[in-house]
Design a protein around this ligand. Structure first.
Ligand code: ADP
Length: 327
């Protein structure tokens, strides 16, 4: 492909993550710097289909780098799964002369972008915007650092009340398919046990470790559970713990959506800025249909069809660290 991209559409799609605004800002300002026209597409692929597309100027993205959520809104769009929906989206882009897209989202959004670029020959660049950090080809995803720090802050608070009452807390953090938030927030808060989807939960091992702690009168314990843990999440784990350790004062706390919101961390703002800038450079240089990532502190480009969920192995050493440090 050697066509020149002159008008870029930028959208945020799928689950929101803190730092999406910083990425949009970087795309808009870099595009304008290079003399391109930039359009904001509202509510992910829905705005493309419904022609909810607005011109963006430098001032449109003023004062947003520090804001969570996304000024473009985001959505999951059923219609985009069907060819007719995508055709409609393409004809709306065509009317405006948009000849390049930047999509900030997760692996689902990249699958959609890949399909769309194959069918309509529109160059697409993906930026990994997800709190789960489960995308191949990048060490960082926009939003993970903020989300995990939000979890850490909340768990620290829970530890205070656990300590005051000598309680066992089972804390559920986000991560349907990936345990990075659980693993990192658990280690950072000194959790006694961490349950993640990447490893089969051995409930007997958990119970015996808690029984052993009960015996040595270690009564304040935190168990961090990823929502996608294969035992069934915090409620299921708590049921068994309450049955088997009836004398332990056990409480459950599900952190939920607070992990998605809030002002992005410095790291998320910086990686979003670098990735947004790089996305425009890719479109200028004809490096089409890739996801922009950062590996070993260098920009790294992965073909969109390969930028799928990366279920990475979390090695035994991680768990050994948890066990030793929380003894
Ligand atoms: P995320 O991008 O956070 O992984 P989703 O998996 O919900 O979120 O995907 C976001 C949107 O991307 C979907 O609602 C849909 O509009 C589009 N999408 C996902 N997969 C496909 C696909 N195979 N074909 C077309 N569009 C898709």
């Amino acid at each position: 492909m050697d066509k020149q991209v002159t008008k870029i559409g930028v959208l945020t799609s799928g689950g929101d993550s803190p730092g999406m605004n910083a990425a949009v800002r970087a795309v808009v300002r870099t595009g304008i710097y290079y003399g391109m026209e930039i359009f904001g597409i509202m509510r992910g692929y829905s705005g493309m289909i419904e022609n909810d597309i607005v011109p963006m100027h430098s001032r449109s993205v003023a004062n947003i780098i520090q804001r969570g959520g996304t000024i473009l809104k985001t959505a999951r769009c059923k219609e985009f799964f069907g060819y007719e929906g995508r055709k409609k989206a393409h004809s709306n882009l065509k009317k405006l002369g948009i000849n390049g897209l930047v999509i900030v989202g997760g692996d689902g959004s990249f699958r959609g972008a890949h399909q769309f670029s194959e069918e309509f020959d529109i160059p697409c660049i993906g930026l990994p915007g997800t709190i789960d950090k489960d995308i191949a080809g990048t060490d960082f995803t926009i939003g993970f650092d903020t989300a995990v720090n939000t979890a850490v802050e909340a768990i620290d608070k829970i530890r205070d009340t656990a300590d005051a009452h000598d309680r066992l807390f089972i804390i559920e953090v986000m991560g349907r398919d990936a345990g990075y938030i659980a693993l990192h927030s658990g280690i950072a808060t000194g959790a006694e046990n961490i349950l993640i989807p990447e490893r089969k939960t051995d409930i007997e091992e958990l119970i015996s470790s808690l029984q052993e702690k009960e015996k040595r009168k270690k009564l304040v314990n935190l168990v961090v559970v990823a929502e996608g843990d294969n035992f069934g999440g915090s409620d299921e784990v708590a049921k068994v713990v309450k049955q088997r350790l009836p004398n332990v004062d056990t409480r459950v706390c599900v952190l939920g959506h607070i992990q998605r919101g809030g002002s992005p961390s410095c790291l998320d703002r910086v990686i979003a800025s670098r990735m947004g800038y790089s996305a425009v450079e890719c479109l200028m240089e004809g490096r089409f249909n890739v996801m922009v990532g950062i590996l070993n502190n260098k920009m790294h480009f992965t073909p969109l069809e390969k930028a799928v969920k990366a279920k990475q192995k979390i090695g035994d050493e991680w768990m050994k660290i948890v066990k030793i440090l929380a003894s």
